[in-house]
Design a binder for this molecule. Structure first.
Ligand SMILES: [Zn+2]
Length: 202
């Protein structure tokens, strides 16, 4: 316990952040209050606004600024090849692809993978929205960029079957991604090569 109840509350709240324990939380709290009040307010404003407003894009389920709005990638349709649809597990995977500069198609974000034991089924992954997107026509290839795990593999099979029912070819970018690894763990060059060397899986 410190000399201030508000400070104690801040230290406790900071520990909700990933990788931050009591020692780090205390250090951060004192650092912000000692000399960086403006930074503290900026962080708190950004966090509050993001937590209150960031929603899922209706087209790709990546994060967007507000409920019902499209994300900046889907809005950028003039510079995007909407015939290539890359399916990833996490919004951070989209970030990795965008940073590599290797992909100019569109995305669909699952926010996980099929995991019946954890209660994650097709509905939780928004596969109805993915189905609608495929039904609209225009997608000529579905590229699967999922993690190399048993669940990722099962998800890939499910998605490949979904594409096949609609006559859309599916490909996978397994090359270069270690077993148990995910898209964010590989560097941009490896990701680019993996994408170029993708293989047809359905
Ligand atoms: Zn979008």
């Amino acid at each position: 316990m410190s000399s201030s109840r508000l400070l104690d509350r801040l230290v406790e709240a900071l520990q909700a952040m990933p990788g931050i324990g009591p020692v780090s939380a205390t250090r951060i709290a004192y650092n912000l209050l000692d000399r960086r009040r403006e930074d503290a307010l900026r962080i708190s404003d950004a966090l509050k606004e993001a937590a209150e407003h960031v929603a899922l894009c209706p087209d790709c389920r990546n994060y967007c600024d507000a409920e019902g709005e499209r994300c900046s990638i889907c809005s950028d349709f003039r510079r995007r090849d909407s015939g290539l649809l890359c399916v990833v597990e996490s919004p951070m995977d989209v970030e990795s692809f965008e940073q590599s500069g290797a992909f100019h198609g569109t995305y669909f974000v699952l926010h996980g993978h099929l995991s019946p034991i954890d209660g994650v089924g097709p509905e939780e992954l928004g596969l109805d929205a993915l189905g609608r997107r495929l039904d609209e026509g225009g997608v000529r290839e579905m590229i699967l960029a999922l993690g190399q795990s048993a669940e990722g593999e099962a998800t890939a099979q499910y998605l490949t079957a979904m594409a096949k029912r609609r006559g859309i070819p599916a490909s996978g970018i397994a090359t270069g991604i270690p077993m148990g690894g995910d898209i964010q763990s590989v560097d941009g060059l490896t990701l680019t090569t993996s994408l170029e060397n993708r293989r047809r899986i359905g």
